[in-house]
Design a protein around this ligand. Structure first.
Ligand SMILES: Cc1cc2nc3c(=O)[nH]c(=O)nc-3n(C[C@H](O)[C@H](O)[C@H](O)COP(=O)(O)OP(=O)(O)OC[C@H]3O[C@@H](n4cnc5c(N)ncnc54)[C@H](O)[C@@H]3O)c2cc1C
Length: 347
């Protein structure tokens, strides 16, 4: 079998790259072994503002310009709804917090998003002593639905194999690659935390930040916005809310843990004061990089081997832009954004 590309991993990174291949009528085959869950469990929120410091997310405006039409196109193609737009309400912790907000509202990169008029309303069940700030033009991509539907679509066209990609079976010829009975020009590795098992790219400094989320049923809570307080609370409909997320830098498994649950329950006491029941708990490893820039580019010795990883905590916004840049770099000679290029790290 001959293809232009092999793509390893079908999370947000692999999906965004496959979309580029499809748009250009390239042939490809995807391998996916269900070893990682990050894209399946993600909150899926896109928000151009870092709400801890009220600073802009790197290139957020540019990324959203690419990302929103990207997800809309997939909605149309697969006949699904995955993008839900909403307001984020940031619950302030202090008067200083409010003042920092007012300063941030004047920053050119934030002016479109931060509302200088504070929300003074009380919301039943929500603990907030210092009012709320509204962030506009934000929302959420249902990444689980997106990835699952996309995998089904690929499966129906026999473009994905649900099996482990075995790196030791890669044979590099002068210009091409042989992997079992498949011949390809390039392999693009989109493995998330799975990169740690990749002999070609494991030298890259990817850090693993495990995140856990709860889904709770809270019938007395009636909010239709994303609440950002000590935790985030994301309404899913039918009185269900996603609550998250933890950051754990030592546990490398994707298993929901007792500690994760306890941490979330403890923090939730500071956020809501109405009864709830926990109906689900999920976990995944965020592929993060110190400096918060993705890991993208061509292997320093083997031009057939390519990586697209390090999407960190904001894969929804970043993936479409970096996948496009990578594709145009490989096929059309476009320069790769220096900030994301893996050549910034030596092997
Ligand atoms: C709790 C939590 C909350 C989050 N919330 C948000 C949010 O609100 N907004 C946001 O933008 N981002 C969020 N993120 C981050 C987001 O999930 C990541 O940025 C993104 O999912 C990373 O996508 P990826 O495709 O690089 O990696 P992954 O999703 O990990 O995908 C890699 C894929 O490769 C497969 N794979 C790996 N090795 C192999 C192999 N050898 N053979 C075959 N297949 C292989 C894996 O099974 C996996 O499916 C969150 C993450 C977590 C964990």
């Amino acid at each position: 079998m001959n293809v232009d590309y092999i793509v390893v991993g079908l999370g947000l990174a692999g999906l965004a790259f496959v979309e580029e291949l499809r748009a250009a009528n390239k042939t490809f085959l995807v391998y996916e072994d269900d070893s990682q869950t990050s894209s399946l469990v993600a909150g899926g929120v896109y928000n151009p503002v870092i709400l801890k410091r009220f600073t802009p997310v790197w290139n957020a405006q540019e990324q959203l310009k690419v990302a929103l039409p990207f997800y809309k196109k997939i909605e149309e193609e697969l006949n699904i709804t995955i993008n839900e737009q909403f307001v984020i309400k940031k619950a302030f912790k202090s008067i200083e917090d409010q003042n920092t907000w007012f300063e941030a509202c004047d920053k050119p990169k934030l002016i479109d998003y931060l509302d200088p008029t504070l929300d003074t309303k009380k919301y039943h069940g929500v603990i907030a002593d210092f009012k709320f700030g509204n962030v506009h033009k934000t929302g959420r991509i249902d990444t689980k639905k997106l990835v699952e539907k996309y995998r089904q679509y690929l499966e129906s066209s026999q473009l994905i194999r649900f099996e482990n990609f075995e790196h030791q079976q890669v044979h590099l010829d002068d210009e091409r690659i042989r992997y079992k009975e498949v011949n390809a020009s390039r392999i693009v590795f989109c493995e998330g935390f799975g990169i740690k098992k990749n002999p070609y790219f494991k030298y890259l400094p990817l850090n693993e930040a495990k995140g856990e989320l709860l889904t709770i049923h809270a019938p007395e809570l009636k909010i239709d916005f994303l609440l950002k307080s000590t935790l985030f609370l994301l309404p899913l409909g039918a009185n269900l809310y996603k609550v998250g997320a933890t950051f754990n830098w030592t546990d490398k498994t994707s298993n929901p843990s007792k500690e994760g649950k306890e941490e979330l329950v403890e923090k939730l006491k500071k956020v809501i004061n109405v009864p709830y029941t926990i109906v689900d708990q999920t976990a995944g490893i965020r592929p993060t990089v110190a400096g918060r820039r993705p890991l993208v580019g061509v292997h320093p010795e083997h031009v057939q081997l390519v990586v697209l990883n390090g999407l960190g905590t904001r894969g929804v916004m970043i993936a479409p832009t970096v996948a496009k840049n990578l594709y145009n770099h490989l096929e059309n000679g476009e320069a790769l954004d220096k900030e994301i290029d893996i050549r910034r790290f030596s092997k």
